[in-house]
Design a protein around this ligand. Sequence first.
Ligand SMILES: Nc1ncnc2c1ncn2[C@@H]1O[C@H](COP(=O)(O)OP(=O)(O)OP(=O)(O)O)[C@@H](O)[C@H]1O
Ligand SMILES: [Mg+2]
Length: 522
Amino acid sequence: MANKILIVDDEINVRKMLAKLLEKKYEVDDAKDGVEAVEKLNSGSFGLVISDIQMPRMNGFVLLKEIKATYMALPVILITGYGNIEDAVKAIKLGACDYVTKPFNNDEILFIIEKCLSGVKDHLEAVSMKQCMSLFEVFQKEKETADPDKLLEMILNKSLETINASSGSIMLLKEKERVLEVVVSLGLKKKIDRFIPVGERIAGQLFKEGVPAILHNGLKQYEKFRDIKARSEIFSSMIIPLKNQGKIVGTMNFNRLNTFPYKFTELELNTMELFASYIVTILIQLVAQRKSVELDKLKTEFLGNVSHELRTPLMSIKGAIELMQNSVDKDTEKTLMGIMARNSDRLDRLVQDLLDFSKMGSGTMAYNFQDTAPGGLINELRDEFQNRFKTKNIRFLMDIPENLPLIRADAGRIKQVVSNLLTNAYKFTPENGTVELSVSDEDKKILIKVKDSGIGIPKAEQEQIFERFYQVDGSTTRTAEGTGLGLTITRLIVEAHKGKIRVESDGVPGSGTEFTVLLPKK
Ligand SMILES: Nc1ncnc2c1ncn2[C@@H]1O[C@H](COP(=O)(O)OP(=O)(O)OP(=O)(O)O)[C@@H](O)[C@H]1O
Ligand SMILES: [Mg+2]
């Protein structure tokens, strides 16, 4: 609660009396001296402190100094003796928000507390407004020239500075995939995963709940995070949902490390909420801008790839035709015809992929759904791939049980899905490896798995490979052929069947990859 008040006094009667007065309106807690007060402040969230001056162990002035050193914005009201003007002046000089004199006048105390609480709010709003304005200015100036990455980093950096956080990240929702994408992160030693599924881990869970939170002292004390392993170097964390027109579109996450062991306060949380509400549209704009830059790059690469992919088989065919024009013996003729057939198949597949992609992209793809036996149609691929895998001496294992239940499917398209996955397995598995294709019946789904012992896919890229044109190591140095459309088409087909596709790989070279397609049973 933002307005929780800490009462500090060594006299139990004063604590009781103040608590009784304030309880009606605020949540309260108390401490019997400065030392206990500091302990409570470090482990709880308070919006205001009201403290006596004369106390054993640590007096009110020392406490006030301690508070100002670490919780700058936390308002403190000191209780002075009647007529003791020097103490009152000293209190204000040291940064107290105000003072009250003994004996108390209840209305006066309530009035001063209200004033301090709302004063803080005004102050904070002014501060974050100012920060936002300067951010906006820089943004406006650099929007045209600076790259979105730099601007995103700048926004996060400003936020970290504002609340003295040592690390943090900004995540935005990818609606279709239901994952949070880390659009920028700073300060953490270990890199965080780029994608976090909604509902998983801390950010994913709090995103779902849509409420800001301050976490502290490991995660064991929070029932819902019990199974999540806390990073030992983090002392306090704060998670702020990003709202855009009433909808939650992401989160901002902040951490303080053990080297700065202070818990985030409600006031800081309020500041960041305000800050977040100002910058959310900029964030969305920047990420969209970054996406379009990325897409442009991918498209250029794609065009290069497509030309290359068209040219290579064409050149082979042309070469074979030239050779055939001279008289050749029967055997050579057969070899040359084989080359022409293989390469025109390759061309045909490429053109087919391009057409499919353009139809799927415009939503005009027609499916012919029928009751289909999954085993049978996948078995039809057996010979083709057995032969293909032999050329690289790859062990190809197939496990397809009899009598699998029917699915509602476009047989040709499902074959295309499996064929795409097997082709990838073939391309990205070195000689003498293993590829396993299995189909199983689980609960309400049919699972098709393609597992290889190949080069693996880095974790950070496991979501992106499904994006159009995307290829891991998309530079010209890559040796495998392809345009980066295969998995995009694959996923679109699977989704048209109301199914899902998942990828698993340790990401370590040589550890292999496993794709799983889940299709609903009829
Ligand atoms: N089994 C796999 N092992 C390792 N990397 C893979 C595997 N499957 C896909 N990838 C990675 O994902 C990228 C995208 O795959 P996708 O099938 O979409 O495109 P492609 O195979 O490069 O081209 P296309 O399928 O259009 O001919 C690949 O380029 C590769 O980097
Ligand atoms: Mg492919």
